[in-house]
Write a protein that binds this ligand. Structure first.
Ligand code: PLP
Length: 428
């Protein structure tokens, strides 16, 4: 059983201590598959246990099996930050437990969501009048966009770059849509396909997962619209960078999109999960999704954000976004993202200056794609060894069949010293 105040204080203290010492923990979990399972009881407890036991087991059982995404030397995939205001807001959101199935079920959650998503629209310099709401992940946001595109066009084909995120393929597969992966040019940008006449949606990526390359959104939007297709933009990772004017070069043509996804849980300090989906065509979106059973028909106001995506019950995700935007301010967020970009540029400059390393893709945003001179096997072993050290965690991809390394900066606690340490570990 729980004493909410006492256990709550202990949980908050646990959280504070974790964040204070996270940089002393290994970044990548140093356990083997199944090791935790073997230590967990096979059956649930019959008798109530104190919450203190949960905290004890968090330390003893779970912490050793954590890959520490809050670690300042987490450089794999896309590094993220759950900032303190966001963490506290998650506690409050769980406390309030709003289930925003329609306006009357949570006027606060519905109206705050619309307002804060519009705040982000303004901060990113996106067109006025777009309708935005929050989904859990970019995978779901893109799924929703493809559903709207299919509904509007009556067509069943999705086109994206060979470098688009796997969620586009998975979404198309779930919808029974045909996916056409189009080749990219030497700058890793989707080549505009010649014939889009049977295409429901073209998905353009700003900031591809492997290389942070940027598709030619304007040309793709023009070609898609000329052929009667929908243009969806996946800026899940790079979109937050548009709070900085100097990164808006990558926004060219986005104003022509029919829908756009940007993930504050990737690069805007909001804890998992928070994915923003805007559309320039809200009526058509609603037509694709709106389905109101009798028990939800109300006289006052039937407005429901559930009419814009798959889920009916919706979490109070806007609370954490609101808290982060207010507690950092646009200025504070810009300063952190600019520092990440500076650190990525610095790392890329070391790679370029060294005869032992090669920059394999143009450096964009806060990602560096590189490799050590030598064979694929050599680079693969190198990655395994540096990650096993627990000092840093990086990931890999392939470019033209070659095994290449990725260093992604995105944690608010990452300093220049951490990036230097990564370079030292890699060279060691
Ligand atoms: N799109 C891009 C460009 C990504 O990099 C990712 C994940 O890294 C996704 C989509 C999928 O994001 P989510 O985990 O929110 O579904």
């Amino acid at each position: 059983m729980t004493d909410f105040r006492t256990d709550g204080a202990a949980a908050l203290d646990w959280a504070a201590r974790y964040l204070e010492r996270v940089d002393e923990l290994p970044v990548l979990a140093q356990v083997k598959p199944g090791e935790l399972t073997a230590r967990l009881p096979q059956s649930p407890p019959e008798q109530a246990e104190p919450f203190a036991d949960v905290l004890r087991d968090l330390d003893e059982l779970l912490v050793p099996a954590l890959t520490n995404w809050q670690h300042p030397r987490f450089f794999a995939y896309f590094a993220v930050t759950a900032s303190e205001p966001g963490i506290l807001a998650e506690l409050l959101a769980a406390t309030l437990n709003q289930v925003a199935i329609l306006w009357r079920a949570s006027p606060a959650s519905t109206e705050l969501e619309l307002r804060v998503v519009d705040w982000v629209r303004q901060l990113l310099g996106l067109p006025e009048g777009w309708h935005g709401h929050i989904e859990d992940t970019a995978s779901t946001s893109t799924l929703a966009a493809l559903i709207a595109a299919r509904h509007v066009t009556g067509r069943n084909v999705v086109v994206c770059s060979e470098h688009a995120h796997s969620s586009v393929e998975k979404d198309a597969r779930m919808l029974g849509m045909e996916l056409r992966k189009a080749p990219a040019d030497e700058e890793l940008r989707l080549r505009v396909p010649d014939d889009l006449s049977d295409v429901a949606a073209v998905v353009a990526t700003v900031g591809t997962t492997s290389f942070a390359s940027v598709d030619p959104v304007r040309e793709l939007a023009e070609a898609a619209h000329a052929a009667g297709a929908w243009l969806h933009v996946d800026a899940a990772y790079a979109g937050p960078s548009w709070i900085c004017e100097e990164e808006r070069w990558s926004q060219d043509g986005v104003e022509l999109a029919d829908s756009l996804v940007v993930n504050p849980h990737k690069w805007l300090l909001v804890p998992m999960d928070c994915s923003l989906l805007w559309t320039a065509r809200p009526d058509e979106f609603r037509e694709a999704f709106s389905l109101t059973p009798e028990y939800l028909r109300t006289a006052d106001d039937a407005y429901a954000l559930a009419d814009y995506g798959p889920a009916l019950g919706r979490r109070f995700r806007s609370l954490k976004l609101w808290a982060v935007l207010r507690c950092y301010g646009a200025e504070g967020l810009r300063a952190i993202l600019r520092e990440h970009v500076r650190l990525a540029e610095l790392f890329a400059s070391w790679v370029e200056e060294s005869p032992d390393w090669e920059l394999v893709a143009p450096q964009r945003f806060s990602l560096v794609v590189f490799r050590r001179n030598g064979s694929d096997e050599h680079n693969e072993r190198l990655l395994e060894r540096v990650n096993a050290s627990g000092e840093i965690f990086i990931s890999h991809t392939r470019l033209g069949g070659r095994y290449v390394l990725r260093l992604a900066i995105g944690n608010a606690r990452t300093t220049e010293a951490d990036v230097r340490r990564a370079w030292e570990v890699l060279n060691r």
